[in-house]
Design a protein around this ligand. Structure first.
Ligand code: SAH
Length: 462
């Protein structure tokens, strides 16, 4: 982020503009929504600008901008229609202490004016740091559609009621009250009888919420998927919107944590296959403690929580404490990895079963049914297999696996830094040595393009 968004208080503050044409008029239309003192400096004001001055909505000074004109001004907009003049005025206004925007000149401006959706006091500002104004306009159109025109009025009425509603305990109870007001009760009352009707129902709504017994805390054990936020389930997305506390594994992608409610407490449970990690008992204790305090806890796990995620240990701890829980499955790394190489985990005539293996378990390298796996056509998705590569290779070859058996390594599946390495059982240890991020080893599968190339080669040689 190069530009930090803020909302500037312009009540009674001075804003100056230099120029008299359409660009200045466009900015005036926006600025006139505020309570700023607006002054335009130009020897050649358009009729529309002159009319605003005649109505007393702005002050028009019919001359060029000079040093000192922006003294005490918060903001200065410059659009004289001449590049050299713009640069001169901008320098003068900056020297006067104002933040300067040269219209259509991002590089030399101090700030950007975002695209605005106005439901004052609710205001949405959309910026793309100059990268894609068309996109900003498209987002604006979408937000305009999504936000009821009533929203501003409902928010204003809510503002006066805030202090009263603070009788509800902070957190979930208060959120539930406001959610019902904004989504259901408020719009309905407004449609029926305007602001007065809204004020009437607010009291009833509050009393009903005050009388309700607070819902006990709970824990949702949720799959965050392999990393691409678009691979979250709708249920996971909704849980992120609701949760008071999010306890996440280190492997959960930052792009997904970004989606949590702003007020949510984020706790990094820091569990990785190897290296320093928080003991499972501490994670259990944190979940239980936060849920008993009445919080909605989201236990967010990479991939699918039902695959190599110590789910049972956590559920047992929750059951022991009498806490309600639910599992929300997610897309496991193997699914994302196999999609990345354009293959299918099962295939008629090749393999009617597929195994999910872990390269290591609590006791070290994990033992598996090597004999079964060594048969031609077998497919396995191997998790946590990086360090176990040599061990896996040794066991499989010992049980008769063909050294040319294809293996695809998929690192950071579904993330922007996804990497695919097609290799063979013979070269597995060398290939895994180059991996840095989390990776799934797809034993028995070659990347689709690579396998096609191999077929071509075979054909060419025959
Ligand atoms: N519950 C998770 C697995 C956790 S075990 C799931 O269903 O995906 C941790 C292992 O998952 C890592 O060692 C790695 O093998 C695999 N993994 C998790 N995310 C991955 C990703 N984005 N790309 C490749 N492998 C991943």
């Amino acid at each position: 982020m190069q530009y930090f968004p803020i909302f500037v208080n312009l009540v009674g503050k001075s804003v100056v503009l230099a120029g008299g044409g359409e660009p200045v008029l466009a900015k005036l239309r926006l600025l006139l929504k505020t309570e700023a003192e607006i002054t335009v400096f130009t020897p050649s004001a358009s009729a529309a600008i002159a009319a605003l001055a005649a109505e007393g909505r702005i002050t028009l000074i019919p001359r060029d901008f000079v040093a000192g004109d922006a003294k005490g001004a918060r903001l200065a907009y410059v659009a004289t229609g001449d590049e050299t003049a713009d640069a001169r005025v901008a320098a003068l206004a900056q020297a006067d202490g104002a933040l300067v925007n040269i219209v259509d000149n991002l590089k030399d401006s101090d700030f950007i004016t975002p695209a605005i959706v106005d439901r004052a006091p609710v205001v949405v500002a959309i910026g793309t740091e100059g990268a894609a104004p068309v996109l900003a306009r498209a987002i604006k159109a979408k937000v305009e559609e999504d936000l009821s025109p009533l929203l501003g009025q409902l928010a204003l009425l809510a503002k006066d009621f805030r202090a009263v509603a603070d009788q509800l305990p902070q957190g979930r109870a208060r959120r539930a009250f406001w959610a019902e007001y904004f989504e259901i009760t408020g719009p309905r009352a407004f449609a029926a009888g305007g602001a007065e009707a809204v004020l009437e129902v607010l009291d009833d709504l509050l009393n009903r919420h005050l009388a309700a017994t607070p819902a006990p805390g709970r824990v949702d054990l949720v799959g965050a998927g392999p990393g691409d936020p678009e691979l979250l389930t709708l249920k996971a997305r909704a849980a992120l919107d609701r949760a008071d506390v999010v306890i996440h594994d280190r492997l959960v992608a930052p792009a997904i944590l970004e989606l949590a409610r702003r007020e949510a407490v984020l706790i990094d449970a820091g569990k990785e296959g190897f290296g320093p990690s928080i003991p499972q008992s501490d994670i259990n204790a944190q979940m239980v403690r936060h849920a008993l305090a009445g919080n909605h806890v989201l236990r967010l796990k990479a991939g699918d929580p039902v695959v190599f995620a110590r789910l049972d240990e956590e559920i047992e701890a929750l059951d022991a404490a009498g806490i309600d829980w639910a599992i929300v499955p997610g897309i496991t790394a193997a699914s994302a990895a196999v999609a990345a190489i354009g293959q299918s985990l099962t295939r008629r005539g090749r393999n009617g079963s597929v195994r999910f293996l872990t390269g290591h378990d609590v006791a070290g390298f994990a033992d598996q049914d090597w004999r079964g796996l060594a048969r031609t056509g077998e497919v396995a998705a191997i998790y946590m297999g990086k360090r176990a590569a040599r061990f896996l290779q040794g066991r499989l070859m010992m049980h008769g696996a063909v050294p040319d058996t294809p293996v695809s390594l998929v690192e950071n599946a579904s993330r922007p830094d996804q990497r695919i390495i097609g290799t063979t059982l013979r070269a597995l240890p060398e290939a895994t040595a180059t991996l840095e991020g989390p990776a799934v080893l797809l034993y028995g599968l070659a990347p689709r393009a690579a396998s096609a190339a191999l077929e071509d080669l075979k054909e060419a040689l025959s």
